[in-house]
Design a protein around this ligand. Structure first.
Ligand code: ATP
Ligand code: MG
Ligand code: MG
Ligand code: MG
Length: 466
């Protein structure tokens, strides 16, 4: 079996042998980029190089980049536990050309690596190009002789990439793996492409144009290449399993999660969520985020509390989440020494958050259960969602996660008006000089101020939304 660690090494080595500089993963907090919540792709640390604002002494690079997609433009949090292929934290393998090679080499490298080095059968692969990208189509069909019946042209939604509203952009070519007819889902570009049968493994982006403020595209003098392949998805393919959660690394983490929670069913969805979330949690803390009530810290808190609630669902009354750090280090510590170095700190932060949430989790769950037992229309009242949020520290997405498990919906409109009412009360109170007593009252029930936090959340949404 090819382990995840061996695949990472093999990819880096393949491109290093072809003149690429091996660049270490950058942290999850992007340097100098306040518009981006977390590093969500391999290209992030090279953004300035692609824009021509920064020079490096190499024009080809290869990396295995740690990524988090749990907020902002790319948010896969809601997919975790539901699809076979999405994580909040994952590693993106990528090769990059900064005005050096372009389409032909990028495509040839990718095909050679998959079919030549990893020996994947071409009849299990599927290739897409952007509808208007005839150059890429010619290379795939005429030069590499890819089977035209396993090839499709897709529109801009999936196959045209841009860095922002202006700046470098260009067509993509994506490579999918066909996990076989036993799994539901159609090929890319077909009406039922959303299934899990054809899994996208590698995205090749050809940065070919510059888009100006009027939307006009002009060819870049030195086009570039940015590619990204999910290590966990590739490992699933190479290990002959369909779900990322069945690869070596996740099997160990899931077994460890089963042990610390006392769950006897290794297939339980909550174990997958916990195994996913310990990675995001540990790496975010190592990279300097701490759970808090705003911005990145609040995203981390949401991830942690979701995991803690899944442990609670499995019957865990004691803090368990921090105990997964040692098993995570056993899996990933060699590739990421910072994880081992930060072990004590990370464990402490996680345990603190577990203890903190334990103070309100059980009571909040009781309130939610009562509300669910007493309702008739399958919708959890906005007032309840707000009370859980404001008094019991349940982020709304955590309540939504529970609702989804049970086929229920949340009344988010009602939640928002409950919030607006509370803000109004706070405002009125402050006009009469009574803020202090209100704050004390709020803090008596919980240790943070609900409306402040929400304001922050609203800001985060406004700032980081597409
Ligand atoms: P998908 O369509 O499956 O959501 P994507 O098009 O959003 O993937 P890209 O932005 O093209 O993904 O990222 C490049 C590669 O990174 C993907 O081809 C995939 O292998 C991997 N990848 C993307 N998102 C995730 C995730 N949430 N978990 C694991 N791997 C991912
Ligand atoms: Mg996606
Ligand atoms: Mg995609
Ligand atoms: Mg893609």
């Amino acid at each position: 079996m090819t382990t995840s660690a061996e695949l990472r090494a093999s990819f880096l080595e393949y491109f290093e042998q072809r003149g690429h500089e091996r660049v270490v993963s950058s942290p999850l907090i992007p340097a100098n980029d306040p518009t981006l919540l977390f590093t969500n792709a391999g290209m992030v640390q090279f953004k300035e190089v692609f824009l021509g604002r920064e020079r490096r002494d190499y024009s080809r690079a290869v990396s295995s980049q740690r990524c988090v997609r749990a907020g902002g433009k790319h948010n896969d949090l809601e997919n975790v536990g539901y699809t076979a292929r999405h994580h909040t934290f994952f590693e993106m393998l990528g090769n990059f050309s900064f005005g050096d090679y372009f389409k032909r080499d990028a495509i040839e490298f990718a095909w050679d690596y998959l079919t030549g080095v990893l020996k994947l059968p071409p009849e299990r692969l599927w290739v897409t190009v952007f509808t208007e990208d005839q150059d890429a189509a010619d290379i795939w069909l005429n030069e590499l002789k890819v089977d035209p019946s396993r090839f499709s042209r897709c529109g801009a939604k999936d196959n045209f990439w841009s860095m922002g509203d202006t700046g470098p952009c260009g067509p993509c070519s994506e490579i999918f793996y066909d996990h076989g007819p036993e799994i539901a889902g159609g090929p890319p570009g077909s009406p039922d492409e959303d299934g899990d049968r054809y899994v996208e493994i590698w995205n090749l982006v050809f940065m070919q144009y510059n888009r100006d403020a009027e939307g006009k595209l002009t060819p870049l003098p030195r086009p570039s290449v940015d590619t990204g392949m999910g290590l966990e998805r590739l490992a699933a393919v190479m290990q002959g399993v369909h779900s990322n959660y069945d690869i070596d690394l996740f099997r160990s983490l899931i077994a460890a999660a089963a042990e610390v929670t006392g769950c006897g069913d290794l297939g339980d969805k909550s174990l997958r969520v916990i195994a996913d979330h310990i990675r995001a949690t540990a790496f975010l803390i190592v990279d300097g985020v701490t759970p808090g009530n705003e911005g990145r810290g609040y995203v981390l808190r949401r991830i942690m509390r979701r995991a803690i609630r899944h442990g609670y669902r499995l019957g865990c009354a004691e803090p368990f989440f921090h105990r997964l750090l040692a098993p995570l280090i056993a899996e990933m510590g060699a590739a990421y020494p910072e994880l081992k170095a930060g072990q004590a700190h990370v464990e402490r932060i996680i345990k603190l958050e577990e203890e903190r949430f334990a103070e309100t989790l059980e009571h909040g769950m009781r309130i939610l259960e009562e509300a669910i037992a007493g309702m008739s229309d399958g919708v959890i009242l906005g007032e309840t969602v707000f009370k859980l949020y404001d008094t019991y520290g349940f982020p709304t997405d955590l309540t939504a996660d529970i609702a989804r498990e049970r086929g229920l919906a949340l009344d988010m409109k009602g939640f928002e008006s409950a919030m607006a009412e509370q803000k109004e009360r706070a405002r009125a109170a402050s006009q009469f000089g009574a803020t202090q007593s209100l704050e004390i009252e709020v803090q008596g029930e919980t240790d943070f101020c609900g409306y402040d936090r929400l304001q922050e959340e609203a800001t985060v949404v406004a700032v980081y939304k597409d």
